[in-house]
Ligand binder design. Structure first.
Ligand code: DAH
Length: 335
């Protein structure tokens, strides 16, 4: 009887301290199973004298009933704990870092560009994405039969409207709305009906700049753009101005920057040339001033346009412009 009390206490302690179904099962086998000491006592009853057999037999039966109930309770407790903590709670695993959202790389690039141009005295101007032929083309010296229109694979909409193919129409709207001096940048989205590839997307981002006043010279254009590119890529970056053509500027230039990915040695991003074209620019064509009612004998000015996705590609080494428009978090988390 003494030993039975000890066996009881051991079994109760084992059932109550079990924390998993497996641990409880092995405690059951050990304390109540066929080879357990309690079971041996049951089997040895037949060897006892009549009165002893009765007393011990009752004690063993009561003990087995009590332990059976405790075992069931312990099983319930473990099942409940498992359900509330979910499957496979493993406290030894490293914690999971909560994901903190952040701005899209294009948004961050716009903010950076706007910051630089604000310090140079430019203010931000916005315009509609659905434009008309006049603002998108005609006022920019691209009449209906102008060959440059071919390069602007245009999305036309009903009612003679179109999706703006560049941010240059914002120049026109600002000049129509007020007299010079004007010093604006126009950030925003543009659209072209192009077959998408690594360097062409049917939606992309541009930033337009315009400065109009009396006696604006091309040297100022060169100075401002050089300053801008130095701020962006560092003072030691190679910059080159090449003659170019745009219908709305005369003379026109294209501005290249030494490839930041390969430091000018030549790579897939710069197609082996070591240079990447980032900007178009020039002195505003007198016909543009005429279209908005300015007197070309009174005012001069410069304009520039740049591809914002491309500026970011040059900073980060991203080699496919389409990634900026897919909103795939696996990409966005890396740039
Ligand atoms: N609008 C031109 C384009 O989308 C970019 C551009 C070039 C804008 C030269 C300008 C400029 O203002 O002067 O291709």
């Amino acid at each position: 009887m003494e030993r039975l009390r000890e066996l009881r206490d051991e079994a109760v302690a084992a059932f109550e301290s079990a924390v998993s179904a497996a641990a409880l099962e092995s405690a059951r086998v050990r304390h109540l199973g066929r080879k357990s000491e309690i079971n041996q006592v049951s089997r040895g009853l037949k060897d006892l004298a009549e009165d002893e057999r009765r007393a011990v037999g009752r004690a063993v039966n009561e003990l087995k009933n009590e332990l059976g109930a405790l075992l069931a309770a312990a099983g319930d407790r473990i099942a409940r704990a498992g359900a509330s903590s979910g499957p496979g709670l493993d406290l030894t695993l490293p914690g999971r870092r909560p994901w903190v959202g952040r701005k899209h790389p294009v948004t961050r690039t716009f903010e950076r560009l706007e910051g630089i141009f604000r310090t140079l005295g430019f203010e931000v101007a916005l315009g509609p994405h659905v434009e008309d032929e006049f603002h998108n083309f005609e006022a920019l010296n691209m009449p209906a039969d102008h060959p440059a229109r071919d390069m602007h694979d245009t999305f036309y909409i009903e009612g003679g409207k179109l999706l703006r193919t560049h941010t240059s129409p914002v120049q026109i709207r600002v000049m129509q709305s007020r007299p010079p001096p004007i010093r604006i940048i126009a950030p925003g989205r543009a659209y072209r009906n192009e077959t998408p590839d690594a360097s062409h997307a049917s939606e992309f981002y541009q930033l337009e700049g315009l400065y109009v006043d009396r006696d604006v010279r091309i040297g100022e254009l060169k100075g401002v753009l050089t300053k801008f590119l130095h701020e962006l890529y560092g003072e030691d970056v190679g910059i080159r101005f090449r003659p170019g053509f745009f219908p709305f500027t005369e003379p026109s230039v294209e501005v290249d920057v030494e490839c930041r990915i390969c430091e000018g040695k030549g790579c897939s991003v710069c197609k082996g040339t070591g240079w990447v074209e980032l900007l178009g620019a020039g002195m505003v064509d007198p016909r543009v001033f005429q279209a908005v009612g300015y007197d070309p004998d009174e005012v001069t000015g410069y304009a520039f346009g740049l591809g914002v996705d491309r500026i970011h590609m040059m900073m980060s080494g991203v080699d496919d412009i389409r990634l900026y428009h897919e909103n795939d978090l696996r990409f966005l988390r890396q740039v």
